[in-house]
Ligand binder design. Structure first.
Ligand code: SAH
Length: 228
């Protein structure tokens, strides 16, 4: 299956956030609260990000349902509940450096920006890297994006206060553990097929505590960047 992404010359006037979108977003926020998301900062951030602009326009009417959708390059935009859950686990404070692995549509990136994070994000699919960059720029979200392999992290900008992985990893990438600051937190789904969400805290160098937070399903985290 292939899905179109908006043309690179999308004019600013096409970036529309209408009252109907705002209303649907409010409803989504209520649903997330009912499903157990308690961090008001996260709920407010979700309430501000126009998710319908991060997906194919043919899905626009469903953008505020709590489901994942296909995006380009056979990937998916995460379910809003998952975005909210991972964001809540990270407990982002304004100004913190957050590394995201798997930019995808850029939706989670926007939520992290809304939380006041200084965001660094890596995507291995060139098409998605470009799409997210364009949309996030148009919406005035500033972040540092990289087209590359998330298994390597971004050593130049390390250490990071928080790391979020939005693809299912076979194991915890060692480079990411190294790039986490002491007292830093990483939230990462680990496993093949179904993943366990792990919340990892770096207590000291080479000393980590790990909590398991339930089952999720993500697209796999693959090695090396895909062809351009
Ligand atoms: N946060 C995104 C989730 C996209 S799905 C969103 O809400 O839209 C996960 C993304 O991880 C996909 O875009 C996939 O291409 C990317 N990915 C998979 N393996 C990767 C890797 N090794 N490095 C960087 N990105 C990766």
């Amino acid at each position: 299956m292939s899905f179109k992404i908006p043309p690179s010359t999308l004019p600013l006037s096409a970036v529309k956030d209408l009252p109907k979108h705002i209303g649907r977003r409010r409803h989504l926020v209520d649903q997330l609260r009912e499903k157990g998301i308690t961090d008001q900062r996260v709920l407010d951030a979700i309430g501000r990000v126009p998710r319908h602009l991060f997906i194919d326009s043919s899905f626009e009417d469903f953008a505020y349902q709590d489901t994942a959708f296909p995006i380009a390059a056979e990937q998916t935009i995460s379910q809003p509940y998952t975005v909210a859950f991972q964001s809540q686990c990270l407990n982002v404070e304004p100004g913190e450096k957050v590394l995201e692995i798997g930019t995808g549509s850029g939706y989670q990136t926007a939520v992290l920006c809304e939380l006041g994070a200084k965001v660094f994000s890596i995507e291995r699919q060139h098409e998605l890297f470009l799409f997210a960059k364009r949309m996030l720029n148009q919406l005035n979200y500033s972040y540092t994006g990289k087209y590359g392999d998330g298994y390597q992290g971004m050593p130049t900008y390390a250490p990071f206060d928080k790391i979020i992985v939005t693809a299912g990893a076979r194991e915890i990438p060692a480079a990411l553990l190294r790039q986490l600051s002491v007292d830093g937190i990483m939230v990462i789904p680990v496993g093949v097929g179904t993943q366990k969400m792990l919340l990892i805290k770096k207590d000291k160098d080479n000393d980590y505590s790990v909590k398991k937070l339930g089952d999720f399903r993500f697209v796999p985290m693959l090695e090396e960047k895909a062809g351009e």
